[in-house]
Structure formats: C-alpha cells, structure tokens
Ligand binder design. Structure first.
Ligand SMILES: C[S@@+](CC[C@H](N)C(=O)[O-])C[C@H]1O[C@@H](n2cnc3c(N)ncnc32)[C@H](O)[C@@H]1O
Length: 252
C-alpha cells in the first residue's frame, strides 16, 4: 500500500473506532468539553468562538470542510438552527453523519480540491484541522471564497509543525501566503498557549482512560494519543520551537 492509502485507511479505522468506543467518547468529553469525535484540537472553547460568526436569522447555511462524522456541525445546528453541510474523505464518517443528522443536513463523501458546491451558497465555512490536505492551497482558498456569500465568514483552525511546516512567523504559514497572494484580508488569533494546555489535558485524560481503552481492545488508539501528545512533555518554550496553532478568519 502506498503511504497516501495508509494515511486514508487510518481515518477510516479512526471513525470506525469512534462509533463503538465508550473510552474514546469519555476521553473526548473530558478532554475537549464535548464529544465531537475530535481527531485534533477543537475543544469547546474553540467551537464556541464559531457561534459568534453565525448570523441570527433564518436560512443560514454552514459548510464544514473535513467534517468527520458531523458531530461538531450537529452542535452548531442545535445552537443556531442553521442548515448544515459537510464533506469528508472518510466514507465511514460520512455514513455516520448521514444516519445521525437528517433534518436540514447534507453530507457528502469527497476530496478537497475535487468536490464542488454552488456559488455563494454559504454564510459560514469552517474547517478545523483539515485545510492541510488541500493539494493546492491557493486554488482551494479561491474555491472556498466562491462558495461563500458576500459578508460570509471563513473560520479555520490551523496547526503548524505536524502536517504543515513550522514557520517563524504567523504571516508566513502556507495558508497566510495563499491569502496574501490572493489579496484576501484575514484576522488571525495565536492560540498556541491554549493548544499546549489542551494537549496536556488530552494526555492526562487519555492516561486516566488507559485501562478502558485496553479492555475494549483499543490500546492502539491509546498509544497513538500518547505519541500525539508527547510534544507537551517538554516546557512550553521548547514546544513553540516545533508547534504553533492559529485561528484564521476571513470575511468576504
Ligand atoms: C485532523 S482530522 C479533523 C477532523 C475534524 N474536523 C476535527 O477537528 O476533529 C482531518 C479530517 O479531514 C479528512 N480528510 C483528510 N484528507 C482529506 C481530503 N483530501 N479531502 C477531504 N477530507 C479529508 C479526514 O478524514 C478527517 O476527518
């Protein structure tokens, strides 16, 4: 199997596991404040920031890029009454999303760069830890901006140092460069400190559920959580040499 296929198979396995694992559900709830089957860093403090960008009127449409099993969108719908739309590569995740959210909801399986939506369809487009998979960041940003209504907002949770190269300055991330080249104005919030604290919490909580993961036969996923959070066994100053995390927002 080539490395790309291995990588995608891991997501399929991940969403298969989240559908069955009580240990992972408990882990997400305790570590992130809500269980959205997170495979990343989107705790409830970050997700609640999105609520401020949902217009308070009828017929609001939200798209989530890399929506996984749709639980985060379900939460946004519960809080706002919006129509929810999501796409993700993972078939397992999209099947769960379709079964779980049936009212004013549309989920599609597809790849970033390939999937297409109507022009000016969305009031808000979110993407938590998924923009990395754009084969061409500039082209994908252009596509997103077409999908957004005038006055609509793009909200992106974006991490450097793992999938993306770490730069010395927020203005030089791959995403920031794409915005600059397209002359798109954006706001950015540096949430590296809160991400460090969140990763520490993830590690503590995972350790608390180690036995439960083991009893379920999900020890591998526990081990992965240990690998993912190994970076916070070092002091914050050292961590920042390797990692950074931002929230980018753009208003069209
Ligand atoms: C790091 S996870 C983030 C998931 C979720 N947004 C969260 O915050 O927990 C990345 C997601 O992107 C999806 N994904 C990866 N590559 C993709 C691609 N090329 N096109 C669409 N989705 C992709 C994965 O299946 C996974 O659900």
């Amino acid at each position: 199997m080539d490395t790309d296929l291995l990588f995608y198979d891991e997501y399929e396995q991940f969403y298969k596991m989240t559908g069955k694992s009580k240990a992972f559900e408990n882990f997400c709830r305790d570590a992130f404040g809500e269980d959205f089957s997170q495979d990343g860093f989107s705790d409830i403090n970050q997700i609640n920031r999105i609520l401020d960008f949902i217009p308070k009127r009828k017929d609001v449409h939200i798209l989530d890029i890399g929506c996984g099993n749709g639980k985060m969108l379900g939460y946004l719908q519960e809080k706002s009454g919006a129509y929810i739309h999501g796409f993700d590569y993972s078939e397992n995740a999209i099947n769960v999303a379709k079964e779980t959210f049936k009212t004013n909801a549309e989920f599609r399986q597809g790849l970033i760069g390939e999937i297409e939506y109507e022009i000016e369809k969305f009031d808000l487009i979110t993407s938590m830890d998924s923009m990395y998979f754009a084969p061409d960041m500039k082209e994908f940003v252009k596509q997103i901006m077409k999908w957004l209504k005038k006055g609509g907002v793009l909200f992106v949770g974006y991490q450097e140092g793992d999938v993306m190269p770490k730069t010395d300055n927020v203005k030089t991330t791959v995403l920031a460069q794409a915005f600059d080249e397209l002359e798109i104005q954006y706001d950015v919030e540096d949430i590296t400190r809160e991400t460090y604290d969140l990763l520490k919490k993830k590690r503590e909580v995972a350790l608390r559920y180690e036995k439960d993961f083991e009893e379920e036969g999900n020890k591998d996923w526990f081990e992965l959580l240990m690998i993912q959070t190994d970076c916070v066994t070092q002091p914050f100053e050292k961590f920042t040499e390797e990692m950074a995390r931002y929230i980018f927002t753009v208003r069209k």
